[in-house]
Design a protein. Sequence first.
Length: 378
Amino acid sequence: MKQLGAVAAIGGLGGLAGCTQGDDSTDTPGSGDGSGTGTSGDGGDGGGSGGAPDYQLVQLNPPPTSLDFSSEPGARQITMVTHDASTSFFDPTIGGLHDAASQLGWEATFTGPSSGFSVQEQVNILNSVVDSGPDVVATTIADPAAYDDVIGRALENDIPVVTYNTLALDREQMREKYGRALAYTGQDQVAAGYVCGLSMLDKLPDDASRVTPGLSDPGHSALSARAEGMEMAVRQNSDIEVTDRLNYTGDSNEGVSRIENHLTANPDLDGIMGADAFTWFIGNAIENQGMADSVVGGGFDLTAETLEHINNGNLDYTTGQDPYSQGYIPTMQMFAYMDRGMPPKDYPTGAEVIDQSNIEFAQNRSGGWGQLREYHGA
């Protein structure tokens, strides 16, 4: 599949946004949210600066199946588990999962905490999933230690595990814990944050002097990685001051209020960017304060609310991460593994920037994810 709207390399960013992870890499491949960190492969600093090129060394772990190339592959069961099933962010992921499963003749289930982000509840759900004995599990890993027992138990029971969207471990840590590096489909979140920061610089007026990065959960590894990338881009490419990070929480009323208070307390602020699917809180606050002409707003993810704010001019841009492929690619890779013996690989989904130049198409596409879920009965 083509990667959706990967941002073109800007300066030294090419090695960040689209790189693969080498098997001996100690970088973190992905710390996504409903919203990964890590950048280079085994080879070092990339071929462009005299080192070895980035590459991905693939471990050949035989699947827990007998390969049969002379007959129609049978149906299998894949279960995807997320850390937050309450957000519409994952609608495209669910659509991609069921598109792939339908093409393969597989059964598919998507599940996770229904009342918001919760690592502990997700682990409890994963334990129940492993007990039910699916053929394949795909999961986000939002904490570096909380998933150790359940993933180890899945592998011991010959249930292959792949990851998507969020991965708070590097490849060396996974080999130490699980005896293998689990394949990851998703963004490099530091690199994606860098794209977001560059986009902010592109939208700011020439005399801009201060910007604020914000996020809903400072303890979420993906969001912190994105904020790091946003700050890095601004500091490396301008003299603009970066304020302390604003924690606007995941509650809409509290979040919008905190952002409004920040805007009014900092009348010299030129821009504010969010690191997660709650970027629309920024749009609400800017609209409520009538500051669309004086403050550049941007951030992450392609929720309907965020896209509408871009369409209406309250936000200037947002950064997408191709959640559709986060459902589709792991499923297809696990078919190739279970029935053809080809191990799954890291698949970077890149970063796409949505602004006034492409908002019409982005909204048309966004409006179809609910219809796709209905089509699949998901």
